[in-house]
Design a protein around this ligand. Structure first.
Ligand code: RUQ
Ligand code: CUA
Length: 764
């Protein structure tokens, strides 16, 4: 039908028939559109660089912090199309996150002091690395507000683990990974006593408050952080900020900024100057330089002290063992970024117009020579700035973060106050180009731009303010990510992308081809353990059991019914429902909810999910599939019947007046036969080509075979009923046969289209 309409429109236009050539919309030329929409050549060029036509995909995938939403936002580059929100620290209903049992368990790992926390302030995502390069296997992100770190498996884009920092009360400089993701680390932010639930007055800041650096041991085989083998290095109560891991020659070391090394204690309400004044009084703060490899060995040798049950290497030990050094850095620094070759560390001071390039070689030489300008109040050796710095470059006002290009020595630094990106050469100390952004850029991100092998091409400016860029939506503005083309000498601003979740702090982007997520689970998988789910059943094995007041349902989901279709309970029963999605076709997700019981699950193909609740109110509660999965999705439902205690039925299933006649039954049988002819022709086509070479088609064929496999059972029931002239039953079971056929035919047609579009070849 739609093909026909399209064709006739084309014909009309070609023949010049219609309302006169100039008013035929489809004949509008590019020039006409430019004029009508007021676009310049430059705009069209930008559009051509970002437009991704239907059916085509993006080159890069960005993972952006979702800020206070506690989530991660995934979008494509250069189209800037949002692909997904990943539920991390915050319940997210669509994915069932926080509404089914296994995801509730993940969120529960993030409870602190027995308290449920339902949000997070995510700042810095990091992709796992192999030899310093993004490998696309895992994503990590921190929560600044409630010091935590999450592990997301990029095989299914699900959050698998949340760990609570055992000694911090706030955390900012994470997540960062070491060259082979041996450790994921995070630095503290606001100093506090390390011991949990311990009070010391602010006047004892210098003695009792501490910062720190935590190295979480990542077990790649398990895909989880091993908390037992993780440790921290105690640091002075300087406000630690961002960090980065050494690589290449600097591998084994980590670098962490700090500000407020004044250790100022505010109190504006007592007439004292506020923190913002007291924390930026000095001209320099400290870059912390830590040999984490040696620190890990020292911890293994038992040189750490247990604080809250966690290994902490104390400042005194770290100094004695020569693994901790400080270097002055001007002034209130924020970003610290190791160059791709690992030779330099670039630091920008928020209140300084310079960006400093530190040389790892010089730092090592000073350490080796024992050449220190002083010790800080905690006895940590301080290397002088001039002994460590390679050069300082004047970039502009409020430099913050630096990212790297695929071209050697080229870096991009965000200038917060100037609202600009500076492109510069850190080997020669030359500014090459500047581009204005809108407005007040924080982080910036080039493609794989913090790895050992940046990919260049694009840069995204993560702006703090959007101001006038978008149609107004009230005082709370969307965030603004601006896409910049960096493939030429001059940067070109291409696109403004409003992000409806805030505040995104940092983002990372990876080549799309490096991501290899699955499209289905092995049938009966618990996605959080990656093992067979104990509540999983196959088709025909569905069962409901009751022991005491505990009801356990092991059911299945397949287009278009939930088995079972009734769950009977008495008030006060504890109900556990496990559901296995039997589908193998891509994107055939079913959802599940029970009216008013605040449960929801998303069961992607093959997954088994569990919801649990107490049936604490008498009544009738429909449950249903929440994803529009098929033409009869609305019929994919059932009833939870919560009966009063001791309730007995007064009526048996009454033999109501027959609703269907023999003619109805015969008509249905005819419909079934006609549909079978369609199926046979589709099957004929599929088996005539090399469909087995296409895993997606094989999955669809399996699903279709599943559906067809249920027909004999239904046919037997229909035949038996017809023999007894029970036309109701005979007709309804025949209708069910037709339902199985329709689903099989739908899958078959999808498979056929796929084969035709992907060049299937005939087989003999
Ligand atoms: S922040 S604008 Cu990374 Cu939390 Cu710098
Ligand atoms: Cu399954 Cu809708």
């Amino acid at each position: 039908m739609s093909k026909f309409v399209l064709k006739s429109t084309v014909l009309l236009v070609a023949a010049g028939i219609g309302l006169g050539a100039s008013s035929v919309w489809s004949a509008e030329s590019l020039q006409d559109v430019l004029k009508r929409r007021g676009l310049s050549q430059q705009d069209v060029l930008a559009a051509a660089k970002t437009y991704v036509p239907t059916g085509k995909r993006d080159e890069f995938v960005a993972f952006s912090s979702g800020g206070q939403s506690g989530q991660v936002i995934v979008y494509g580059i250069p189209s800037m199309r949002i692909l997904k929100y990943l539920a991390v620290f915050t319940p997210e209903p669509w994915q069932g996150y926080g509404y089914d049992e296994s995801s509730k368990d993940v969120l529960k790992q993030g409870w602190i002091d027995g308290k449920e926390i339902t949000w997070g302030d995510t700042h810095h995502p990091a992709i796992s690395e192999t030899n310093g390069q993004y490998d696309g296997q895992y994503l990590f992100i921190n929560d600044k507000a409630n010091p935590r770190l999450a592990v997301i498996d990029l095989r299914d884009f699900e959050t698998k683990q949340i760990v609570v920092n055992p000694i911090y009360k706030s955390e900012h400089g994470g997540a960062f990974v070491t060259t082979n993701t041996e450790y994921v680390f995070e630095a503290a932010q606001y100093p506090a006593p390390l011991e949990n639930r311990k009070f010391f007055p602010l006047e004892e800041m210098n003695e009792k408050y501490r910062g720190g650096m935590t190295y979480w041991k990542f077990d790649r085989k398990e895909g989880r952080i091993n908390t037992k083998e993780s440790f921290s290095v105690e640091l002075p109560p300087y406000w630690q900020d961002l960090s980065d891991a050494g690589k290449g020659p600097s591998e084994g070391w980590s670098f962490t900024n700090s500000f407020c090394s004044e250790r100022y204690v505010g109190g504006i309400e007592k007439g004292r100057p506020p923190y913002e004044a007291g924390c930026s009084a000095k001209d320099t703060d400290y870059l912390h330089v830590i040999n984490w490899k040696k620190a890990a060995e020292l911890v293994k040798q038992g040189k750490a002290k247990k604080v809250n049950g966690h290994d902490v290497l104390m400042i005194e030990t770290a100094v004695k063992e020569g693994i901790l050094y400080l270097i002055p850095e001007p002034k209130s620094p924020h970003g610290v970024d190791v160059t791709p070759d690992g030779k330099f560390i670039i630091v920008s001071g928020k209140l300084d117009t310079h960006t400093s390039v530190y040389s790892f070689e010089k730092i090592q030489a000073a350490i080796k020579a024992g050449k220190f300008e002083s010790k800080d109040p905690y006895g940590i050796p301080v290397i002088s700035l001039k002994d460590a710095v390679e050069r300082q470059v004047q970039l502009g006002l409020g430099p913050l973060h630096t990212q790297y290009d695929s071209k050697p020595c080229i870096a991009y630094t965000s200038l917060y106050v100037d609202s600009q990106v500076a492109k510069w050469n850190y080997c020669e100390g030359k500014v090459l180009d500047k581009l204005s952004v809108h407005y007040n850029i924080g982080h910036l991100m080039s493609m794989e731009g913090d790895s050992a092998a940046p990919k260049g091409r694009y840069l995204v400016a993560l702006n703090k303010l959007a101001i006038d860029r978008f149609v107004p939506v009230g005082p709370l503005h969307p965030q603004n990510h601006q896409l910049i083309d960096i493939s030429n000498d001059k940067m070109q601003l291409l696109y403004d992308m409003p992000l409806p979740l805030g505040e995104p702090h940092y983002a990372v982007a990876i080549e799309a081809t490096k991501l290899k997520p699955g499209v289905r689970y092995k049938v009966g998988t618990d996605s959080r353990t990656d093992k067979p789910h104990p509540g999983a059943v196959r088709a025909g094995e569905e069962v409901t059991t009751k022991t005491g007041n505990k009801i356990e349902v092991k059911g299945t989901l397949i287009r278009s019914h939930i088995t079972p279709e009734t769950i009977e309970a008495e008030v006060g029963d504890e109900v556990t429902i496990h559901l296995t999605n039997l589908e193998r076709a891509q994107d055939e997700t079913h959802g599940f909810t029970v009216s008013t019981y605040n449960v929801h699950a998303s069961a992607e193909p093959g997954k088994t999910v569990t919801v649990k609740f107490k049936a604490d109110k008498e009544g009738v509660y429909p449950y249903y599939c929440t994803e529009f999965c098929s033409a009869l999705h609305l019929e994919m439902m059932g009833y939870l019947l919560v009966k009063p205690k001791g309730w007995k039925p007064t009526k048996t299933a009454a033999s109501a007046k027959a609703a269907y006649t023999e003619d109805d039954y015969k008509a249905t049988v005819k419909k079934v036969a006609d549909t079978q002819a369609v199926i046979d022709s589709v099957v004929g086509y599929i088996t005539s080509v090399n469909f087995k070479d296409f895993p997606d088609v094989v999955a669809m064929v399996e699903d279709a075979t599943d559906q067809l496999g249920k027909i004999p059972e239904a046919k037997k029931k229909a035949d038996e009923a017809a023999a007894k002239k029970d036309w109701d039953q005979a007709n309804l079971w025949s209708e069910q046969i037709w339902q199985y056929q329709v689903k099989a035919a739908d899958l078959g047609l999808r498979a056929k289209t796929y084969l035709e579009q992907n060049g299937a070849k005939p087989v003999k």
